[in-house]
Design a protein around this ligand. Structure first.
Ligand code: ASP
Length: 415
């Protein structure tokens, strides 16, 4: 059985096993199973996280130095950025449009959420200006601190600079370039080993999710959950594949077949960072993206490109406004879009990161930040689908960028 099939089967069995556990709550079977699943999922996630920072560092150093040496860096960089902004803008428009069409939150009684909102600790004000300052302060830091704390963005910036410096130094730094390339190859080899564990990890993560999340909370916000999930799936199943087909000349079937392992992992982990090692492997080995492109675009996209999160934040802001009986003007909706775009750029790829940056979106148009208390109980469940689309976008962009720079001659990687 191929690894792809094993992963799909594992996801199905995981969900089924979670429901089975739910039939026997507070029994020894439940407790023992939960313990076992906890260990299995921690091993899988732990291994992915272990490889994440060294992988991001080496892949960007190698990617940037190869691209820079071939004079391609600025072209790749521009196409990547253009793709990120285009797909995120489309996601924002879609999120707002669907929230309008389905009038999410209108007619729902806000009183039933009063307790949750009053119990919620009001967070410090998060304005775009303070968010930006934090962003800079957390990005330009001691690289060793960044490595130790797993600060992806700071590692990305440091690696970008090293990559450029390696090329500027020319032949003098040839041995460091060779070492970086070999280190990157070692990381990829190790990711291959972790991938073999993916079926077990995914089984455990999904079973645990189903067994421990209270699915009934979804029913209170059923309409909102259905609209957001449906719209996110539409973006991932129609909009992105269409763009891929037009600009990347790749059939959606080839894409989904080749990326299944990463997409299911994103669903199960709700973390695009934890999924990144698999996204990189899938893009290179199954979609044929050149390592230089994948090594540069995917880590960058993991940090900067989050269509699912942007769509969610725009729709959720409108939902909260409707709930409060406020009509957002067109200008306010544009502010929501701009803030949600910044929020999705700055959100780390970890579970529920979007909830934190959501505060900024709400406050930008004067909505109460405590309102996120309404969304928090269902966030872990909604996060699954938006993370899949976040990860899908990164891999899709790597295909488009690769296609549009393929004709440019790249020097052989130094090995
Ligand atoms: N969990 C998402 C991700 O890792 C971020 C979010 O909360 O929207 O991509």
């Amino acid at each position: 059985m191929s690894l792809n099939t094993q992963i799909l089967m594992a996801a199905i069995f995981g969900v089924a096993f979670g429901f089975l556990m739910n039939l026997f709550p507070q029994t020894q079977f439940f407790d023992v199973s939960l313990y076992g699943l906890g260990i299995l999922s921690s091993v899988f996630i732990g291994l992915l996280k272990m490889l994440l920072i060294p992988l991001i560092f080496s892949s960007i150093v190698v990617g940037v130095s190869n691209l820079q040496a071939g004079g391609q860096l600025s072209r790749v960089w521009k196409i990547t950025l253009a793709c990120c902004v285009t797909t995120t803008t489309l996601a924002l428009i879609l999120g707002l449009a669907c929230a309008h069409i389905f009038q999410v939150g209108k007619g729902v009684d806000v009183v039933m959420f009063q307790d949750a909102m009053s119990a919620h600790q009001t967070p410090d004000t998060l304005t775009p200006a303070s968010f930006f300052t934090n962003f800079i302060q957390n990005t330009l830091i001691n690289p060793f601190k960044a490595f130790a704390e797993g600060n992806v963005l700071a590692v990305v910036v440091f690696a970008l600079l090293i990559g450029v410096a390696l090329v500027k130094g020319g032949d003098k730094f040839r041995s460091v370039r060779k070492l970086s390339q070999q280190f990157f190859d070692i990381m990829m080899l190790m990711i291959g080993w972790v991938m073999k564990l993916a079926p077990l990890g995914i089984f455990a993560l999904l079973a645990k999710l189903i067994a421990t999340e209270d699915l009934s909370v979804l029913s209170r916000l059923a309409e909102f959950a259905a609209v957001v999930t449906g719209t996110t799936i539409f973006h991932g199943a129609v909009v992105l594949p269409l763009l891929l087909w037009i600009f990347g000349k790749m059939s959606p079937i080839t894409f989904f077949k080749g990326t299944r392992a990463a997409l299911i992992t994103a669903f199960a982990t709700s973390s695009s960072s934890a999924t990144m090692p698999l996204s990189m492997k899938c893009a290179q080995e199954n979609l044929g993206v050149r390592p230089q492109t994948a090594g540069f675009v995917i880590p960058l996209g993991t940090q900067l490109n989050m269509d699912g999160t942007a769509l969610y934040e725009a729709a959720a802001a409108l939902f909260i406004a409707n709930l409060m009986g406020l009509d957002l003007s067109l200008g306010q909706q544009l502010v929501v879009c701009a803030t949600a775009m910044i929020a999705s750029l700055g959100a780390p790829g970890i579970p529920s990161a979007g909830m934190v940056t959501m505060i900024m979106v709400l406050q930008s148009v004067g909505l109460p930040a405590e309102a996120i208390a309404i969304l928090l109980p269902i966030d872990r469940l909604l996060d699954t689908v938006r993370t899949v689309v976040n990860v899908q976008g990164d891999m899709m962009i790597s295909v488009v960028v690769d296609r549009h720079t393929r004709d440019d001659e790249l020097p052989e990687a130094i090995r």
